[in-house]
Design a protein around this ligand. Sequence first.
Ligand SMILES: [Zn+2]
Length: 404
Amino acid sequence: MASAEPAPGRTPALPEVFGHVDARQALAAAARDGRLPRSLLLRGPRGVGKQRLAHWTAQLLLCADPGPSGPCEACRECRLVRRIEHPGVHWTIPLEKPKSRGSAERNEEALEDARIRWIEEARTRPWRASHQEGMRALHLGTIRNLRRRILRGGSGAGPRVFIVSDAEELVVQEASQEAANALLKVLEEPPEDVWIILTSSQPGRLLDTIRSRCTALHLSPLPLDETARILREEVGVDDDEALRAARLSGGAPGVALGFVEGWSDADGMGPLEALRRDSFHLLRASLSDGDGARFRKAVDYPAFGGRGLLDLLAFLELWLRDLAAVMAGNPDRVRNTDALEWLERQGRSGRLHPAGPSRSLVALEDARTRAQGNVNPQLLVLGLLRQLNRTLVVPSGPALPDAD
Ligand SMILES: [Zn+2]
């Protein structure tokens, strides 16, 4: 933890805040009047900048010289928050379950070590692609650590801000009720000078009791051209790639990064681009005449860990929406523009039910709900693909163009 004066010239770990002007105005006005809610929920699609805005809100509370529209960005406090080094800002994120399965205390220590390593890593990367990284959750041990830090009290040196990212990950685990109760107690009555900021891209999955104790602020996607500009100017992505990624992300810069070639991961493909392509093969298998393609696709996945499928199924939804768009005569709404021709060929084939893509979204939603529980991904995928086939394809119609 940096206690020395930060050097003004050092690169901040967090980029500036882009967009969300209304939300920032509302937060700045509330902070100025001393009525910023003590338990806040920032909700909105993944990758729109919720973590950054949570830290910006922490800056608002800690800044030595805040202006009418926000923190000064120049004082020591602002610089420390931007570098994720401020001792008054505590960031809790979902983590993978620690390998050591010793006592509760040992698990809590392992989770705290993992949290610190995650933050050290975040400090070195101002821009990170937002995507599900393995089987992460807010484990009971993490929440106990958080609660202990909140209750321990500060140094009396000013506000303390506790940011809890992806708060919906609290509910999909064993002992979740105990973890939820531990969090509820502090949300209900935060100690003096404590602010708690939860973020969630799936607020519907939050426990009602948690949601009802927070003041919610919704963040909308950014305009696509603004998203593309951020990728170009902040990250150095070239024009075409920036526009393509912005469009696929629907206006979420953090998600857009996941589509950029060469941005992360060893094989050069962004982590979300790999998922997008994989989900395209799911769609193709669901349209295939024979069940063999569906079976072969299903066994591509592991036999356990259904939650690993959530991102994949989200992309499958995007493909089904694109198919629905071309079949309704709205090709301009297609997000997977690189496959527009293929989508239009399927739409024209006369082999698909006109309302099939829309109806299939119900089956998909059901699969996504089940993926959050303890299911076998192979069985889930096989069942879903068969269901989609029945919903999408007219039996014994003309052959589909290259659906296999
Ligand atoms: Zn400041």
